[in-house]
Design a protein around this ligand. Structure first.
Ligand SMILES: Nc1ncnc2c1ncn2[C@@H]1O[C@H](COP(=O)(O)OP(=O)(O)O)[C@@H](O)[C@H]1O
Ligand SMILES: [Mg+2]
Length: 279
């Protein structure tokens, strides 16, 4: 088994011509991976992704070959996938305004070139979900930057850009509708696509997890303030509260924050899949 890439959170191996995507228990915030692991995180996120990939299989082809035919040492946290030629953009759908989207809106009135009505506040629901791609930067220390649909289309071609946008919004809409039935608002989500060997545009990476999405408890949603987070935002907010300047190395996470984070990841898994977590 050949190690081909160490991401901030996941490791990639080559296995008999397939790709093995192994999720660690690492947490990365502001593109910095923190020194303290969150137990079970890799398994919880992998199993949630696998559940969504299956649930969305009529909406979009995905890269999963098997979530069980994986080396025993990685059981539960690995997916055997089709190696894709990744599209070098992060495909983001937003149904609510917060985070970097809110900052951009406050500066320019739009997000990734999508103009929004005036007067929106943190946590507001958007008139309709919007597609707000960013560049995908892999160099350490660099951050993803918003890009307009037209600029993205100039690089990948208009037809591909339109398909990426339509798929992203379709996945968001379907995912948000299911989550809402179970008490979770999906504020936004990040997807990654690539081309399979046969040329098919395929959903890769992870899908609708607490690392790639903002999940809010629906009952506590209240625009005009920071929302309670079921997701990585919880760790982001804690990390900033320590006075950390968002450059490496990141701070050690105290035990109670680790446990509260683990609980949130487990709760999201249970609410979305309707299945009790086994541990
Ligand atoms: N099917 C696939 N084929 C090739 N690369 C993939 C596939 N699925 C995901 N990836 C890539 O694997 C990496 C996953 O590891 P991650 O820890 O998220 O890395 P990063 O630090 O780049 O976000 C990402 O770079 C993602 O684009
Ligand atoms: Mg990633």
């Amino acid at each position: 088994m050949k190690h081909v890439h160490a991401g901030k959170v996941r490791d990639l191996y080559e296995l008999d011509g397939d790709l093995l995507l192994v999720a660690s228990d690492r947490v990365s915030v502001y593109d910095v991976s923190l020194p303290t692991p969150v137990p079970d995180k890799g398994i919880l996120l992998t199993q949630l992704s696998v559940w969504w990939f299956d649930r969305l299989r009529e909406v979009v082809p995905n890269h999963v070959l098997s979530a069980t035919d994986v080396p025993a040492e990685f059981a539960g946290r690995a997916i055997r996938c089709k190696p894709l030629e990744m599209v070098p953009f992060e495909c983001i759908a937003r149904g609510y305004l917060t985070g970097s989207g809110l900052k951009e809106y406050e500066r320019t009135g739009s997000v990734s070139g999508v103009a929004l009505p005036p007067g929106l506040v943190n946590g507001d629901k958007l008139p309709e979900p919007i597609f707000t791609p960013t560049t995908k930067v892999s160099e350490a220390g660099e951050h993803d930057a918003p890009i307009t649909f037209d600029a993205m289309a100039a690089q990948v071609g208009r037809d591909t850009a339109e398909r990426l946008r339509d798929l992203t919004l379709a996945i968001y809409t379907e995912g948000a509708a299911h989550a809402a039935k179970n008490g979770i608002l999906v504020a936004d989500t990040k997807l990654e696509f690539g081309f399979a060997a046969d040329g098919a545009l395929t959903l890769g990476d992870e899908v609708l997890t607490s690392d790639s999405s903002r999940f809010w408890p629906a009952g506590e949603w209240q625009p005009g303030r920071q929302q309670h987070a079921f997701d990585k935002q919880f760790v982001r907010d804690w990390s900033v509260s320590t006075g950390w300047d968002k450059t490496p190395p990141g701070p050690e996470i105290p035990a109670e924050i680790v446990e509260a984070t683990r609980e949130r990841y487990q709760r999201v898994y249970e609410l979305i899949t309707g299945e009790k977590w086994r541990s």
